[in-house]
Design a protein around this ligand. Structure first.
Ligand code: CP
Length: 314
């Protein structure tokens, strides 16, 4: 990986996967692989971002993204401030714009934003005066999730090219599916999406994927199975008859897994709903890499903060 690629990140935003080239994604994966080792040390700290300030601004619930950005920043010695909308002046009527402008006035080096509305990170990037990282905006994009997923796939499967990846669940509302599809297409992976017709966007094939409504078909031949939860918080109306009927047809169970490849890996961005999209014994079973993804979340977010905040100078 050339220094030119790594030094080219400084001061940029990360809003969606199309902000990155395939070479830059590989640069991030290689940087994250190096940072992974830091989390195994007794003293999990590098001085790299000393004097830098990272603000996590979260308008939507999060366990993994918010915590891993905080840990990532702290492991690089940045000052990390967490702001949750529920405990901010948003509850007193302050607008999103004013919230971002006021945080920007305190001169952070990076702002990580999660919001339920698509486009909020892009809007913030135009007024924040610092690097903005999209921590998930509605059903639009979640680039650091896709990056940590690619890190997990690369570590387990070595090569993304021609990898058979099946994404199963609520594709319609999933920013994780959109970001992973965009990324996997850059590496010529073979992506299959699987959902009931009401949870699959129209003309899905135009995104360069194969679509099916059969979980058995999606599982057969897959090298990677990525399960998604039902995002009921984004559903305006009932899009499936009942949780039980959904689980009967789309839950990844031990029975469905009987036809999977012997070296398949099972992924899930979390949070998981046990017994709905994935059975407990499968989520905790030998093929599952779900908690490895969480570990990789810290390493990948260290790589993102390090490169955007200017850790790699040419
Ligand atoms: N995968 C993910 O974004 O999880 P959180 O909602 O807990 O951040």
């Amino acid at each position: 990986m050339t220094d030119a690629i790594l030094s080219g990140f400084k001061g940029r935003h990360l809003l969606r996967m199309s902000d990155l080239t395939a070479a830059e994604i590989m640069g991030l994966i290689n940087t994250a692989m190096r940072f992974k080792e830091v989390s195994e040390r007794e003293v999990k700290k590098l001085p790299t971002l000393r004097g830098k300030t990272v603000v996590n601004l979260f308008f939507e619930a999060s366990t993994r993204t918010r915590t891993s950005f905080e840990i990532a920043g702290k492991r690089l010695s940045a000052d990390v401030i967490n702001i949750s909308a529920q405990t901010s002046s948003v509850t007193k009527g302050e607008t999103f714009k004013d919230t971002v402008l006021n945080i920007a006035a305190m001169k952070p080096d990076a702002l990580v934003i999660r919001h339920s509305a698509p486009g909020t990170a892009l809007y913030a990037s135009k007024i924040a005066g610092c690097s903005v990282v999209n921590g998930g905006d509605g059903a639009h994009a979640h680039p650091t999730q896709a990056l940590l997923d690619l890190l997990t796939m690369t570590e387990r499967k070595k090569n993304l090219e021609n990898l058979n990846v099946s994404i199963i669940g609520d594709i319609l509302h999933s920013r994780v599916a959109r970001s992973n599809i965009a990324a996997l297409n850059m590496f010529n992976a073979n992506v299959t999406v699987c959902a009931p017709p009401t949870l699959l966007p129209h003309k899905m094939e135009s995104m360069g994927v194969r679509a099916t409504h059969s979980i058995a078909e999606a599982v057969e031949g897959a090298d990677v199975i990525m399960m998604l939860r039902l995002q009921t918080e984004r559903m305006a109306q009932g899009l499936f008859p009942s949780l039980r009927e959904y689980a009967d047809n789309f839950c990844l169970s031990a029975k469905v897994m009987k036809n999977a490849k012997k070296d398949v890996i099972i992924m899930h961005p979390g949070p998981i709903n046990r017994g709905v999209e994935i059975a407990s014994d499968v989520a905790d079973g030998p093929y599952s890499v779900i908690l490895n993804q969480v570990t990789h979340g810290v390493a990948m977010r260290m790589a993102v903060l390090y490169l955007l905040c200017g850790g790699a100078e040419s």
